[in-house]
Design a protein around this ligand. Structure first.
Ligand code: CA
Length: 507
């Protein structure tokens, strides 16, 4: 009897060892999986973990789970605040002028070096599901299923290597999650670590939430930003002449669905003008935009739950970001493009059990040129010398190198174009920001702006002509020149691919 007990416990121990060994194989050695979650135009102002005026609404409980169990980056930025160029930078680890995708219109060269091609060669199984906004066949992914161009919210069509599928009657946010879960459950190789990129179309304009979230947000009222009625007096030509304001640019029909019930009847009953109309437009915009966010967050919850239920969470790095920031009425705007904080800055939250200490915040200057090298570093693969970022791994471990960068380079190119934001480049540190708008119809063809974010966090007044800042401005000009040399910035003529400006959809 005693012997039998010993034998059976010995057998159990052997079985446990076998299970441990096979689990080890399941996660393909110690190489971590990467789940990269990405959305389109998700402003950090609309994420619970970042606080701000929507904090009490608890908009993003699932994205906030990543924050609670991982690290929130407070100073994450992009190099060019617009959709497709941001995605090109994500894949190549290079600024726009080197990867060639300077704006939404020029073609992306898929044949160039991209991090996923390297990961794939090093034994990772790679997949991309959702919106990439780079036309042409994806390369370096074992599986890809993407929306063509901007894609559609409802009845979305997806293209793959083999063909296309239309998901009738469904919402893109739900389909993207389901296809990602399907890949994790059925197509994922059990012998390889994976890199899965899940890219939502939401909350991109024209903000069409799923029915369930639309209903929930349809009676809500949201706090306004302090700068909703900005008159742009403290800034130059570019801020004054843009075409991205809630007051003038935001369309009553396409953007605000005011041609349909119940908003149509509401406006007919109480016609609005002036500031009252702007206030109403802002509320409708927030209802739709934030309901799209709630849909993304709910779906991210499903992916996190799946990782947890399968035990994959233990060896998977989960990262959440967006292709840039967005204006939620700040400065009276929607859209992005400018180097001002709301569009220049993007969310970044990372969870990595055993490596990142839960509930930590990072304040170092990071940029989307860093992500490709970070993915490679997570996989233990050396990044090619011509990628332009830095791996964030030391930051994940709470060990920021002493010589970590203090300033970031930025360059926006898409002009003339929709929203009429002038071309500009600049340099920004934690406190000071210098911007050069160029190709402007003024004597030198350029206008400079300078901001002290400590004294003026909303960037309401350029201090470029304030003699008190002469020293800081001269230093940043030098820094701009240094960064342009470091990043091998080349001039891209403004006439590069001149296209007729689309007519504005003013109401
Ligand atoms: Ca975008």
């Amino acid at each position: 009897m005693i012997e039998n007990v010993w034998v059976s416990s010995f057998k159990r121990a052997v079985a446990a060892v076998v299970v441990m060994v096979s689990c080890h194989n399941l996660s393909a050695g110690s190489k971590p999986n990467i789940l990269w979650l990405f959305s389109d135009d998700h402003a950090y102002q609309a994420i619970g973990a970042y606080g701000g005026r929507f904090e009490s609404l608890d908009l993003t409980p699932h994205i906030d789970r990543i924050a609670e169990r991982g690290m929130v980056f407070d100073k994450a930025y992009v190099g060019n605040s617009i959709c497709a160029p941001s995605r090109a930078t994500l894949l190549t680890g290079k600024h726009s002028h080197l990867n060639g995708k300077i704006d939404n219109r020029v073609a992306f060269n898929h044949d160039q070096q991209q991090f996923q091609k390297i990961l794939q060669k090093k034994g990772y199984q790679t997949a991309m599901i959702g919106k990439i906004h780079l036309s042409g066949k994806m390369q370096g992914f074992d599986y890809w299923e993407v929306l063509p161009g901007q894609g559609k919210y409802w009845d979305p069509r997806f293209i793959t290597e083999k063909g296309q599928t239309v998901y009738k009657g469904e919402h893109s946010t739900d389909v993207i999650t389901r296809r990602a879960l399907n890949w994790l459950k059925k197509d994922r190789s059990k012998d390889k670590p994976f890199m899965l990129m899940v890219h939502y179309k939401a909350p991109h304009r024209h903000w069409q939430p799923t029915t369930r979230w639309k209903k929930k947000f349809s009676t809500m009222t949201f706090p306004e930003p302090d700068t909703l009625f900005d008159d742009y007096e403290g800034r130059g030509t570019a801020a004054k002449k843009q075409d991205m304001s809630i007051a003038h640019t935001m369309g009553m029909r396409g953007d605000l669905k005011a041609g349909k019930s119940p908003r149509k009847e509401e406006l007919e009953k109480t016609p609005l003008t002036g500031k009252a109309l702007v206030r109403w437009k802002y509320q409708m915009y927030m209802r739709d935009y934030l309901a799209c966010i709630a849909g993304v967050d709910e779906n991210i919850g499903k992916l996190l739950d799946h990782l947890k239920a399968t035990g994959l969470d233990k060896n998977t790095v989960v990262m959440y970001s967006s292709d840039q920031g967005f204006y939620l009425g700040e400065h009276g705007w929607f859209d992005k493009r400018f180097m001002y904080e709301e569009s220049f800055r993007a969310p970044l939250l990372v969870k990595w059990p055993g490596v990142i200490k839960p509930g930590t915040r990072n304040h170092d200057m990071v940029q989307n040129i860093d992500y490709a090298e970070t993915f490679l570093d997570i996989a233990g693969v050396e990044a090619p010398a011509d990628m332009q970022g830095e791996s964030l791994l030391p930051l994940f471990k709470g060990k920021t190198p002493a010589d970590w960068r203090e300033n970031l380079y930025y360059h926006y190119y898409e002009y003339p174009a929709v929203h009429s934001v002038r071309r500009h480049e600049g340099v920004a540190g934690k406190r000071f920001k210098l911007i050069r708008f160029y190709g402007i119809d003024v004597p030198d063809g350029e206008e400079w702006e300078f901001y002290d974010l400590k004294k003026d966090p909303s960037e309401m007044k350029s201090e470029y002509n304030n003699a008190e800042y002469a020293g800081q401005i001269a230093a940043l000009k030098k820094e701009l020149a240094r960064l342009k040399e470091k990043y091998e910035v080349v001039d891209v003529p403004q006439t590069h691919h001149l296209r007729k400006k689309k007519p504005s959809n003013r109401p």
